[in-house]
Design a protein around this ligand. Sequence first.
Ligand code: 5GP
Length: 212
Amino acid sequence: MPNRGRLFVISGPAGVGKSEIVKKVLERHPDVSLSVSCTTRQPRPGEIDGVSYHFVSDARFDALIGEDAFYEWAHVHQNRYGTLKSVVKKQLEEGRDLILEIDVQGCLQVMAQDATVKGIFVCPPSRENLEARLRKRGTESEASIRVRLNNVAKECATAYKYDYIIIHEDWAVRPDALEAAADEVYAIISASRRELESNRAFLDHLNESLKA
Ligand code: 5GP
């Protein structure tokens, strides 16, 4: 019987590079999984249904809410996004450590409903750096960039509620910034695997067998 998997929520302001960091963690560590969310937003060029997101209609999203299918869901930038309970349950029961890369509201919901969830907040080194990254991405309209920037201050103010803070340094200053941030995320996952609570079943078994 494998140990139950552990759940990690990662958030931070739009454009901070969360997705790239998570992608790097998954690339290097196949023992970690990422939950694929449902969203009502339109796919961007190159995004694949069922891989990037499950792209669903508003009606389908409403139906999923009605079925109580979401572990958490939130309105983000005029669209809705949600994590399916079925995905979380399956991965954790199979003993896989699972990352949810979700917005701040979603993270706060998840951390409030389960104290064992570890919250990781990714910060930019500065406001100027974040704004430059967001523009460089080139997938957003100017109006959408403005909406996102308006949310940044509110999002960073919630960082105190997380367990870990990672600063995604500027590539110009630190060329291996992405790898360094990914290593830090994996270090958190590794340390969590060694926590007493993650090993209680093993210890009980060991101690029982030593008594015999
Ligand atoms: P994007 O549209 O750029 O892919 O994502 C916009 C925001 O939605 C990001 O901050 C992303 O982390 C967040 N997001 C993605 N999936 C979920 C989800 O299942 N739940 C919540 N609450 N936020 C999500």
